[in-house]
Every structure is written in C-alpha cells, then in structure tokens.
Design a protein around this ligand. Sequence first.
Ligand code: GRF
Length: 214
Amino acid sequence: MSRAKVGVLVSGRGSNLQALIDACADPAFPAEIVLVISNVPGVYALERAERAGIATRTIPHKGFASREAFDQAMDAELRQAGVEIVCLAGFMRLLSAPFTQGWAGRMINIHPALLPSFKGLHTHRRALDEGVKLHGCTVHLVTPDLDAGPILVQAAVPVLPDDTEDSLAARVLEQEHRCYPLALKLLAEGKVRVDGNRAVIDAAGEGALVNPAV
Ligand code: GRF
C-alpha cells in the first residue's frame, strides 16, 4: 500500500501532531508524516516529531519581508519533501491566498469549535460567554478565508454548568485527537469530494464516522 506523504505545520505544544504521529504508526494507516515545520523555534511539537524520527524544519516568520515570502519558503520545503497533504495542527499564522490555493483540496486544519460558529481565537471562552450547550471541534479543508473551508469531520461535546475555559478545552481536545486522524484517513483514501462549500464524504458502511462523538 502506498501511503500519502504528509507535512504538518505547527507553532506550539503539538498534541494534535502527536495524535497524527500515533495514527501513522499503524502500518495500515494510509498516510505517513514526512516533515514537520514550525514557525516558532524550540516548541514542544518539534521535540515530538524528532522523537518519532520525523524530519523537522524551523522557519521563523519574523525573518521574512512579507507573509507571501514566508509562505513560499514553507511551500518550497513541503514540495522538496514530496508532501501530498498538509495538516495545520495548532499553526498560529494566517496563510496567504497563493499558498492556500496551491494546496487546495489537499490542506486541512483543526479548529476548536463547531464551525461555522466561533471562528478565530478564544473559542472556549466565547462558547462559555454565549451560554451554548454544545461545543466541539471541526476538521475542514483550508481555503483563503479563515476557518471557513468545507467541513470533513466534527465532534460535539456538552458544555457543563460548572465548566471553566480549561475544563471545556480539555473535553474538546480529547475529541480533536480522534477527529484529526479520521479526517486525514478519509482524505488520504480519496474519500473526500468537494461540492461547492460542502465536502461530501464517501464513507459508505462506516456509519456515523464523520461525527465520531455521536
Ligand atoms: C488545538 O486546540 C487546535 O484545535 C487549535 O490549536 C490547538 C493546538 O493544540 N488550532 P496542539 O498544539 O495540537 O496541542
């Protein structure tokens, strides 16, 4: 079986990267991580990659004159490594349109909210402030608009009366670690078709696969 070559972009602790590393450790998983790029030096995600024997690059965005120039440097590294699918895993930079267009249909992001609700930052705090009773996470294809591309996988969690930002974040994160490998698997297996703004998942016989918390 040939496995899709994956590049992961990170900026921080890398727990979602770890979930992907763990999934790829199964030889039957249809993807393998060949490169991890961080825009922040010394983050724990890089250590996780190194421990798993995965090549890493640190490309500090501050050294570049423009967003496009930084994105081009990442793009060159990804293509040189033969990457076919890009996963954003806690990558805290906006991406330029040429970069997102260059990876259209082949780049996914995990967002800690049930999109299209709570795009952007501080999603758990905002969910608590709004008093929503359900919250969750989303893996979606990346388009030039922030947190807006076709949705592949979502999982919902309850918001409990005594939740704090941290307790809610922890409950969501547990689901992120289930959703991200699942979304990567579906994409790597060619089971994702885009129809306008919607992703149609060809997962016949796999039940409620695209909402693994249900
Ligand atoms: C996750 O909550 C992810 O959804 C968001 O940033 C956080 C990254 O956490 N995009 P980690 O670095 O994967 O632990």
